[in-house]
Ligand binder design. Structure first.
Ligand SMILES: O=C(O)c1ccccc1NCC(=O)[C@H](O)[C@H](O)COP(=O)(O)O
Length: 269
């Protein structure tokens, strides 16, 4: 029950972090600090004749352990940008992914594409914190938020000028995301409870998503064939972590993937 473990650890972490800075303290800082340059995550994902790629900075994961032993978050993000990534996802969760809030701030200050904060958001405090760290967008996981919270979190993020990628893995979670008014839906091909990956999850759930939504296929994309498969389903964007982290030249891999998707779109329109 890994998702439950991650959330339980997050509750404890938040109890400690909130002792250092209150929600009001964060609101004060947001009002008084100079704003960073913002980039629209949503605009970056809209199809411009090809699939958009969200490239993920991911040192480790619960399913794979350490993915990148020689890890440099900033250099990885710069390589992603150089390869044409449309947005960069930064895992900030510490215990299970070896992420860091500092990676997000550092990357935000050095790249000129939208930055997504990838964490397990369960509290309003984290939404304000994401904004302070420099996020252009945040991940909201439907499986760990009830409908009311999901809607409330989307509204707060919007108020703070951030987009939400609302992640779903089944029909029930998709209904909740749509009810919450999500405009960017992430279909996670990985079951977060048993780690199994099935790319046909995207194919199945795509059918229930209205055409005005932006769809991101997440997890398990390994090669150009997977990219072509996703492009054939009509998704707008791909979220890719492990494959890029393991690549000797992630920039080239992004270029190859974009070419693979572009070729298919030219062929089928
Ligand atoms: O990646 C995991 O093992 C994992 C386990 C439990 C909860 C979340 C998990 N991953 C988060 C993600 O959604 C992925 O990092 C992201 O979609 C990229 O996936 P991949 O390309 O397969 O690295």
């Amino acid at each position: 029950m890994i998702l439950g473990d991650i959330v339980a650890a997050k509750v404890i972490q938040l109890q400690m972090e909130k002792q250092h800075i209150s929600l009001d303290g964060m609101k004060y800082m947001l009002k008084n600090m100079p704003s960073y340059r913002r980039y629209s995550f949503k605009e970056a994902l809209k199809r411009k004749g090809g699939l958009s790629i969200i490239a993920e900075v991911k040192k480790a994961s619960p399913s794979k352990g350490v993915i990148a032993a020689e890890f440099n978050a900033l250099e990885t993000a710069k390589a992603y940008q150089a390869g044409g990534a449309d947005a960069i996802s930064v895992l900030t969760e510490r215990r299970f992914f070896e992420g860091s809030d500092q990676y997000l701030s550092m990357i935000k200050s050095q790249v000129a594409v939208p930055v997504l904060r990838k964490d397990f958001i369960i509290d309003v405090w984290q939404i304000y914190q994401s904004r302070l760290l420099g996020a252009d967008a945040i991940l909201l996981i439907s499986a760990i938020l009830d409908k009311t919270l999901l809607k409330k979190f989307c509204i707060i993020a919007d108020m703070l000028g951030m987009d939400c990628l609302v992640e779903v893995h089944n029909e029930m979670e998709l209904d909740a995301a749509l009810e919450a008014g999500a405009s960017i839906i992430g279909i996670n091909n990985r079951n977060l409870n048993d780690f199994s990956v099935d790319l046909s999850t995207t194919q199945r759930l795509m059918k229930g998503i209205p055409s005005d939504k932006i769809v991101v296929a997440e997890s398990g994309i390994r090669d150009a064939d997977d990219v072509r498969y996703m492009a054939s389903l009509g998704v707008d964007a791909l979220l890719i972590g492990e494959t890029l982290m393991r690549s000797d030249c992630p920039g080239n891999t992004i270029k190859q993937f974009k070419k693979a998707a572009g070729g298919l779109m030219e062929k089928f329109g």
